[in-house]
Design a protein around this ligand. Structure first.
Ligand code: CDP
Length: 226
């Protein structure tokens, strides 16, 4: 599944820009397939939160990296969804804080943070079949998986979706930062199936993915309705 991992399990990679609808689609898809769901963005957000708690500047790469090395991360599956504690704390309720929205792209540009998280993301595939969403899942984390999707939507539609969630989030700024950083920028893996979700419902996107997974003969998809 990846250059470093030998696993009996399958992973469906779902990448795309902010607010493209990936999370809702990925969670629903995981339920239908009976796979565990991993939102890799949550881990980058958690490190952004951790840096904020320790009053570290996101551009102070060595201080943030040192803090990541020092902290104790516990990862586990709960109800088929990845959960984690950092130094005994569950940062879940802070992951969508405005401060995290503002700093996460800078934090996720730190190579050592990425190396640390990518190693864990790969390890989760030794636990269960996965639907994993993010920015670099098909390109870097699991380049060998045959099941890769890239979900896009126009900036306008994405901004409306985020506003409807009641969040302040500068998508344009994050898109630019995520696509232009040196370490694992947001790219479309060559063999990914691209879906523009601008005018599709969530079920429409999930259906299209399942249809594609059937063509690819993913066993768990074969008995499902698209
Ligand atoms: O939900 P949304 O699409 O807004 O973002 P997210 O998936 O929660 O990811 C938050 C941020 O984490 C992104 O803007 C990226 O900077 C970073 N990220 C990343 O670099 N690599 C990933 N695999 C996932 C997220």
């Amino acid at each position: 599944m990846s250059p470093d991992i030998d696993s009996e399990y399958s992973v469906v990679a779902i990448d795309g820009p902010a607010a493209s609808g990936k999370s809702t689609v990925a969670r629903k898809l995981a339920k239908r397939l009976g796979f565990s769901y991993v939102n890799s963005g949550g881990l980058y957000r958690a490190v952004a939160w951790l840096a904020g708690e320790h009053e570290l500047r996101p551009d102070d790469w060595s201080a943030v990296s040192a803090q990541v090395r020092k902290s104790v991360f516990n990862f586990y599956l709960r109800n088929k969804e990845l959960s984690f504690l950092i130094d005994g704390n569950n940062p879940d309720t802070h992951l969508r804080d405005e401060k995290v929205n503002r700093t996460v792209s800078a934090i996720s540009a730190i190579p050592e943070v990425r190396e640390f998280l990518v190693a864990h993301l790969r390890e989760f595939l030794t636990w269960d079949n996965l639907v994993m969403e993010g920015r670099d899942i098909g390109s870097i984390v699991f380049p060998d998986t045959p099941y890769k999707f890239y979900i896009d939507a126009s900036l306008e539609v994405r901004a409306q979706r985020r506003a409807a969630q009641g969040q302040r989030d500068d998508l344009f700024f994050r898109d630019r930062a995520d696509a232009s950083r040196r370490a694992s920028p947001l790219t479309i893996a060559e063999d990914a199936h691209v879906i523009d979700s601008s005018s599709l419902t969530i079920d429409g996107v999930v259906g299209e993915i399942i249809g594609r997974l059937k063509i690819k003969r993913l066993p768990e998809a074969l008995g499902l309705d698209s």
